[in-house]
Design a protein around this ligand. Sequence first.
Ligand code: F6P
Length: 549
Amino acid sequence: MPMRTPSLIASPAFQALQQHHAEAKNWQVRDLFAQDPARFTKLSTEGAGLFFDYSKNIVNDQTMDLLHALARETRVEAQRDAMFAGEQINRTEHRAVLHTALRRPRSDKLALDGHDIIPDIHAVLDRMAAFSERVRSGTWRGYDGREITDIVNIGIGGSYLGPKMTCQALRSFGHPRLVMHFVSNVDGHDLDALLPRIDPATTLFIIASKTFGTSETMTNARSARAWLLRSTNASQLPKHFVAVSTQLDLVTEFGIAAENMFPFWDWVGGRYSVWSAIGLALVMYIGMDRFREFLAGAHAMDQHFQHTPLEKNLPVILALIGIWNRNFIGSTSISIAPYHQDLRLFPGYLQQLEMESNGKRIKVDGSKVEVATCPVIWGDVGTNGQHAYFQLLHQGTDVAVVDFIAALQPSHTLESHQLLLLANCFAQSEAFMRGRNADEVRADLQGQGLPPEEVEKLIPHRSFPGNRPSNTILMDALTPGTLGALIALYEHKVFVQGVIWGINSFDQWGVELGKLLAKNIAQELAEQARPAQHDSSTNGLIARAREKM
Ligand code: F6P
């Protein structure tokens, strides 16, 4: 039985924050800016190539002091050090959590159970480098002697979101010949839509699955293999199929030889695996030198997280601001708003990272959490969101936090776009914070010459409450290094929040029940099993599907 986790709500810092909130809830952030010209300088920090402005949150110096005290009381630093050292902090699965080791330099050492894992990590990276170079240079050829043109990553969850999001984000560094595809959905429409567009002789499939047992992935992998075998014979399969997994036996059983498998380890969680061989698609697309820059960017953020005082520490502050907004201000969601088209998949990536990690209601010691944990994470590229759901963020009844993310320099040469893009990004965060009060609306409408009764009628509709919290994260340009740092920033944010809430951020038992039930229902639908006694809804749906399928 794990040691009892100390009560969060009984901790002195949490109680002090509660008292502090009684005062803070009456603040208007626009007034705080007016009172303190140094607010932006004080409430912003930078590290690992990222600049972070959190001054538009409903906080002051005292709020931050209390939040940092909360981090200290909940032993964030000691737990952080335990993670980096390879202690078994994933207690429900008895595993270390060492995705950070994947980005450590070759010269480092890290003993896990008495064995230095850094040479193992770099041996796999070297194999990935050699293999991807053969594909990129065209020396790896398909069954009829032509170069590979299309790479299809078959995987789901962390074995899909990471490779896909990063390939999209680093599109401008991509190999000109290689077209990347990602198939995840067990819905056959996913693979079926792709197959007519690719040539089996010039396609390479990466079957990416930590467990090599995920039914969606294995179903797609089997269909892809059958499709290939309609054009060539089994002896040609090694030219077209490679695997990334921790399960050599299952990979071999599927028919992929050990030399075509790139391993990783059980101490890498699925949603933290893009740094491992799961990143193979990205390595093929951008090349190993760029991938190493990606790892180095994340490593720089690791170093910042480990060695920067809490008061200037980006992931710690992002996490603490999140705790404040969730547990005191009462926000229920965070909208991720990248102002960079190539980061359009980043909100979806963070959805898994944050919600699968911290969507928990039980603490490490088995007791119930005492406060709300992970908010809903969602979003889309900023300017598109502005013309869709930002209305609700400005004037709706819920308070959602917005994380604005922008790169100052574009990777295109089109004139005037970048200026407008950044103007929109900064204007939105200003509008969320300032709002627009009745006097401002009145002056504006009077200026337009509207009759006084019309002005008064419109004021409630055209006023904005403001005081809506937001964060802004800036990078000079979106590069492999800054992308690595950005992902690592959110990984560590999740870690710090998990520690404060007292939960294990590294298991995901919640997804297991659905998997188990689906297995049984699949058999029932196939009429290989007698219908089980479900509820009348599930029984009815199964019966209706059987009739029509
Ligand atoms: O079902 C959730 C999950 O276990 C994720 O955590 C994981 O990223 C995904 O499934 C895919 O798992 P695998 O890589 O083992 O196929």
